[in-house]
Design a protein around this ligand. Structure first.
Ligand code: NI
Length: 393
């Protein structure tokens, strides 16, 4: 198969521009919904290319289109950093105390700008590419806000693509799978209330601590007795707070946890399971529960045809042996776009050749191999061109 000459390797100048921008963003990370400088930087770069981006989309988002009449293909990059204090010795380490690009969104943003540069230099022959620079991916509702702001309208893209550089995958590999690829993220809070009293007279109390301990256990029956075992669910209680001293039965207990799954049916069933299990478990011990379920992310489910396009272009650029199947229970709000239009999210290895030893995402020691970024740019560009070509031929 002849490789599409339009996704040629990046020139040294293109690589320089990409790394300069990435390092600048890395030095100046901004938290979700505060991406003011980052957004301005993106706008500045796009305007220098002669583009007229739409700014302040859902607050700090930026959208721009390149090309002509015809079908639209969307590409998305996220822009926000994390409340982590950087502990790398990079010469371009974060200059902002307590804030770090510890998930690589600096690289996603600058890669998307690099794609813009290439598309301007060589616009698609038919149709156009919509670049979506999204704020607030880190559990803060950025994708939902961008969709509400209309980024998938006028006209609706035929498909959307996005990538995540991944420190735990060797440089030179791509990870992708058709169907469910990343987990849902639910944040669960339960307040158990009873009737406190003297620890020596438990019969005069309704002990919320004992009831809540049972509840931690019965919540696991969502996994073992409610859920279809062929579609795994994880329930983890991560915090449990009660009481103040040894001889007092407290009035209440607060616990927090998370529920994850790749399965849409299980995800939809979770609220009903909680409605049944929580009150029933607590009532037997005279206690009540107040459940707050924050549905932070839905499962990320890739669509078949766009996934085939990713596999095809990744195979062309990296060799089929380097296109791996991949799933993780980590969450990603690209799932919101995929719930609205067809598309595919994929992972691009950026862990160098010793990715086993690489610090994980969200770690203060997190690093990415910059050599991986030019390939990420080419992959995004190739997905857009291939999708437009298939739509018009
Ligand atoms: Ni991320």
């Amino acid at each position: 198969m002849v490789m599409n000459p339009l996704v040629a390797p990046l020139s040294p100048e293109e690589c320089d521009a990409l790394l300069t921008m990435r390092r600048d963003l890395h030095q100046h990370p901004e938290l979700s919904w505060q991406e003011v400088r980052t957004s301005a930087r993106v706008v500045e770069e796009l305007k220098a290319l002669g583009l007229e981006p739409q700014t302040n989309v859902a607050k700090t988002g930026v959208v721009v289109e390149i090309g002509d009449e015809g079908p639209v293909v969307a590409l998305r990059g996220d822009m926000d950093a994390l409340p982590v204090h950087e502990q790398t010795d990079l010469p371009f380490a974060s200059q902002t105390e307590g804030v770090m690009h510890a998930c690589g969104h600096d690289a996603h943003t600058s890669s998307l700008v690099a794609v813009a540069r290439r598309l301007v230099a060589s616009p698609p022959s038919h149709g156009r590419v919509r670049l979506i620079f999204q704020p607030a991916e880190e559990g803060a509702g950025g994708a939902k806000a961008m969709v509400a702001a209309g980024v998938l309208e006028g006209p609706k893209p035929i498909a959307i693509y996005g990538l995540h550089y991944w420190s735990k995958m060797p440089t030179g590999q791509v990870g992708v799978i058709d169907g469910p690829m990343m987990g849902s993220v639910d944040r669960l809070k339960i307040r158990v209330t009873g009737r406190g009293g003297h620890a020596a007279a438990p019969h005069n109390t309704a002990d919320p601590l004992v009831a809540a301990c049972y509840l931690v256990t019965t919540l696991q029956t969502m996994v073992s007795r409610r859920n279809n075992p062929l579609a795994p669910v994880v329930v983890s209680i991560g915090s449990f707070h009660a009481g103040s001293t040894f001889n007092v039965i407290p009035n209440e207990v607060e616990m927090e946890g998370t529920i994850r799954t790749l399965d849409q049916d299980a995800w939809e069933a979770v609220p009903g399971w909680l409605d049944e299990i929580v009150p029933a478990t607590l009532a037997g011990m005279g206690c009540q529960g107040e459940v707050t379920l924050d549905r932070v992310e839905r499962p990320l489910v890739n669509h078949t045809e766009p996934t085939q396009i990713v596999q095809h272009v990744a195979g062309q650029l990296l060799g089929d042996d380097n296109v791996k199947e991949f799933q993780t229970l980590a969450g990603e709000d690209f799932s919101v776009f995929l719930d609205n239009i067809p598309g595919c999210f994929f992972f691009v290895g950026a862990g160098g050749q010793k990715s086993d030893e690489a610090a994980p995402h969200h770690s203060p020691h997190f690093l990415l191999d910059e050599d991986a970024f030019p390939m990420g740019v080419r992959l995004l560009e190739a997905c857009a061109r291939e999708a437009l070509q298939r739509a018009t031929s």
